[in-house]
Design a protein around this ligand. Structure first.
Ligand code: PEP
Length: 247
């Protein structure tokens, strides 16, 4: 199974659902659709509305983040995994570098993972090194720490996806070489094997993926899909990625 996940970030109003309708219409007719799954994470404001519309349709709706407590609480502005699940979200991103940059520590991320899984909200756990860490050849050390600090054997790996997103590649057009990426994804899978033993979560790549860059990576068998930011806000660009992936 391959995954194409669109992260809308701070984008979208109710009528942006038209973008998803076009993606869904392509997906419903695609003869290769049993090979892959589409998940879109709009902002919180649209999750209930979009999930309701796509309830019986093919594409899944997720969240970009969640609060680190599970039910209701007195934290102003917070949205819990329980509330997201009840609003129709199937997945939530956790640990996106935007949120790590705004103070999400490993301890906090672990609570987000724990409470999401407890509420049957599947997770897409994002990891990735900074440009400086890459330059200092710390990529593997950083990724290993990010994985070990948060993921645990007791978590059900069927409900987890890992997304490798080098921070220096997000929104920049800068891409890892195929050799670099192949090596890093294999390394991540080795670490995941150490944690989960038999059934390891799928590992995606994210960072400046579009209809062109996906061609570089489509032959890397170890990559189980893509997390797509900028290009997921256009139905044409998003569909191009899938078309070019399958040729
Ligand atoms: C992201 O924000 O998760 C992302 C991958 O963005 P982009 O595709 O725009 O680099």
């Amino acid at each position: 199974m391959r995954y194409f996940i669109g992260n809308w970030k701070m984008f979208g109003v109710p009528k942006s659902i038209n973008i998803l309708k076009k993606i869904n219409s392509f997906y419903s007719k695609d003869i290769k659709r049993s090979n892959y799954r589409i998940i879109i994470t709009p902002p919180y404001t649209l999750i209930g509305n979009y999930s309701n519309y796509f309830k019986k349709k093919k594409i899944l709706i997720g969240s970009q983040n969640c609060y680190h407590k599970d039910l209701f609480s007195s934290n102003t502005g917070a949205i819990s995994p329980f509330m997201l699940k009840k609003s129709g979200a199937t997945y939530t991103l956790i640990g996106h570098s935007d949120n790590r940059g705004e103070g999400d520590t490993d301890t906090l991320l672990k609570d987000k993972v724990k409470f999401s899984l407890r509420n049957n909200l599947k997770i897409v756990f994002c990891i990735g090194e900074s440009k400086k860490q890459k330059k200092n050849k710390q990529t593997q050390t950083v990724l290993k720490k990010q994985l070990f600090k948060v993921l645990e054997k007791k978590f059900n790996s069927n409900n987890i996806i890992v997304a490798y997103e080098p921070i220096w590649s997000i929104g920049t057009g800068e891409l890892p070489t195929t050799e670099e990426l192949n090596k890093t994804i294999k390394f991540i899978k080795k670490i995941l094997k150490g944690i989960f033993r038999k059934k390891i979560p799928p590992v995606l790549y994210g960072g400046s993926v579009d209809g062109n860059s996906v061609k570089l990576y489509r032959d890397i068998k170890e990559i189980d899909g893509f997390l797509i930011g900028g290009a997921s806000k256009s139905s044409k660009k998003f569909i191009d990625i899938i078309r070019n992936y399958y040729r």
